[in-house]
Design a protein around this ligand. Sequence first.
Ligand code: FSX
Ligand code: SF4
Ligand code: F3S
Length: 367
Amino acid sequence: MGHSIWQAMQQKGYSRRDFLQFCTVAAAAAGLGSSAVAEVVSAFEKKAKPAVVWMHFQECTCCSESFIRASHPIVIDALLDVMSLNYTETLMAAAGFQAEKSLKDTITNNKGKYIVLVEGAVPTKDGGVYCMIGGRTAEEILKEVSADAAAIVAWGSCASNGCIQAAKPNPTGATPIHKLVDKPVINVPGCPPIADVMMGVVTHLLVTGQVPALDSLGRPKEFYGRRVHDTCYRRPNYDAGLFVESFDDENARKGFCLYKVGCRGPVTYNACAVTKWNEGTSYPIQSGHGCIGCSEAGFWDNQPFYQHLPSFPGFGIERTADTIGAAVGAATLAGVAAHAVVTNIRKHKVIAEVHAEEDKAEEKEPE
Ligand code: FSX
Ligand code: SF4
Ligand code: F3S
């Protein structure tokens, strides 16, 4: 402690240019405009490295794997340095008593100032025996590290809503962390969460020293304010009633909407269609697979994944979608259609024409 973020970066051999680049990306990731860069530079020149502990409970470590693959390696590198990541089972060099001491020292010497990042759910059945570290239960450790934390972040669906561990019949009593600590928790769901979203959340905490705006489920609004469906590039197909009926059919080849083969985009709040994965390369739907709703609570229990579920909990658009699909298929619609349906049919026609053109072009192409 004592070092500013800029000093810490200098010690690591970063140039002033690297530092400024880091500040620019950090400002953007934190949801601040470019006018805030100077402010961020000034803050990072003065701000002491915040102490951070990163806990691992019932999980697969993909959240960590995701985090270290954010689009800006320099930011992740710098973040891992500037955060003073004092305890994380998977990345730290220390082991055994030395590691436990580091955790204890961090939370006692930085009361009210340190950040807790939690990966994984916490088992509460049978005295918590299903996840123990250093002879203590995950629940005991979580409560201890959370008591004097400045902020608590739940990484991934496991920590946010229980995920696969909590799937029926939830044999270990896996519980999301917000149910176990009596403080607000920033939930960053997704199995795993998107690297750039994780980076954005951590950066926001570092830059502003404040919790980002959250929705009623404790999720940062900036990233979880819209459904995958709202920003999906296949949405015009959905609106036009153009659906994939089974994988590998002609419609799948044409990139139609995956709703009928199980896509949960309409009930899933996540930034996948905007931020995308692997440095903005793609996301499940873009690679031909419907969204399985991995950022929504209880998604493992809402199976089968490849079936479009009329009884899907809270699914308000189901009827609309089916009506559109049926309407487009019917030839006798003229005159009775509402404006929306007319629009959809018009879109359907345009898209059908485009595809007919494509088919013609393909036919003409020499073998
Ligand atoms: Fe859970 Fe993290 Fe799923 Fe894994 O570790 S959100 S199991 S992909 O990623 O906690
Ligand atoms: Fe995209 Fe799925 Fe919505 Fe279709 S149902 S538009 S594939 S999110
Ligand atoms: Fe998960 Fe759906 Fe995104 S499955 S990764 S929320 S597209």
